[in-house]
Design a protein around this ligand. Structure first.
Ligand SMILES: O=C(O)CCC(=O)C(=O)O
Ligand SMILES: [Fe+2]
Length: 282
């Protein structure tokens, strides 16, 4: 099976949304071409490049010995903040994770695969949750191509359709296909889809911004309240703050102190209703 490709050059309208939904159901993944401007990708590379000295390299076989990984792109990149709620991400998340009371941002990581890096072990991202077999999707993840992704430079390799495989089924590297895409494209895939970073046989760095989102009742991959503390995010829009985790979810999760709305920690001068119960209709 190929990776479905959808062109969003003219925006994410109903037809594009329908194609994304269909692709995620059938293949567990898709590439949304022209989802952002190349200028935005260049700006992300510049904004995050200022912090690249802090990136980890060679932390483990899984993370890659020739791969630089930089965290916390939300506080570090205003351009990424402007793309975090991209309509293609929102449509995909609403479809895949809409069974939960809410879903939200879980983490993002700027990943530069360096020359000579070998293929990452194939995995399902949702294995981070102790390999629990939920029987439904709990994550909707993705990757912004900050530079062009080619088979040679380490484009993420996926096994389309593998989101439906039973837990005891193993996939092999020859079943994978590379998510080749030009800068500004967005790869989307579910937490159950087998994939891994590709080997880089070129002398250039493959730069991508990897995205994770999960249902609101699961722990986020990185601690958003440490990365985006109330004292530093007062100028961010409410919808972004809700997405980052300043929101109640489930039935009685995420409130703080005296049944207070977590957003009141960012905006103590504003009034928010109290109470932790979110009762869904039966
Ligand atoms: O860098 C990539 O292409 C994929 C990375 C990945 O899948 C991961 O680290 O979980
Ligand atoms: Fe992954």
């Amino acid at each position: 099976m190929d990776i479905p490709r959808i062109d969003a050059e003219r925006g994410v309208d109903d037809a594009v949304t329908a194609s994304i939904v269909e692709a995620l159901d059938a293949a567990g993944c898709c590439v949304v071409e022209h989802a952002a401007q190349i200028d935005d990708m260049d700006a992300i590379a510049t904004e995050l490049g200022e912090h690249i000295d802090r990136s980890s390299i060679g932390a483990s076989d899984f993370e890659g010995h020739r791969t630089r990984r930089l965290g916390a792109p939300l506080p570090r990149s205003a351009t990424f903040r402007s793309l975090a709620l991209h309509p293609a991400v929102m449509s995909a998340g609403d479809h895949v994770l809409g069974h939960a009371t809410s879903w939200r941002f879980s983490a993002a990581e700027y990943i530069e695969i360096g020359p000579g890096e070998s293929a990452q072990r194939l995995h399902r991202d949702r294995w981070k949750y102790d390999r629990v077999e939920f029987g439904f999707e709990v994550e909707l993840n993705g990757m912004w191509a900050v530079t062009d992704f080619t088979e040679a430079n380490g484009a993420t390799r996926l096994v389309p359709g593998s989101h439906r495989l039973p837990a005891d089924h193993r996939v092999s590297p020859d079943e994978t296909v590379p998510a080749e895409m030009s800068a500004g494209s967005l790869l989307l895939y579910t937490g159950s889809l087998y994939h891994g970073g590709g080997p880089n046989q070129t002398d250039e760095w493959r730069k991508g911004l990897s995205l994770q989102h999960a249902v609101g009742w699961l722990t986020q991959s990185t601690n958003q309240f440490l990365e985006c503390p109330p004292s530093e995010v007062a100028a961010w829009p409410d919808d972004l703050l809700r997405f980052v985790g300043y929101a109640k979810t489930g039935n009685g999760l995420g409130y703080w102190r005296d049944s207070e709305d977590p957003l009141s920690a960012v905006h103590p001068d504003r009034d928010f209703p109290r109470g932790w119960a979110i009762v869904r209709p039966d």
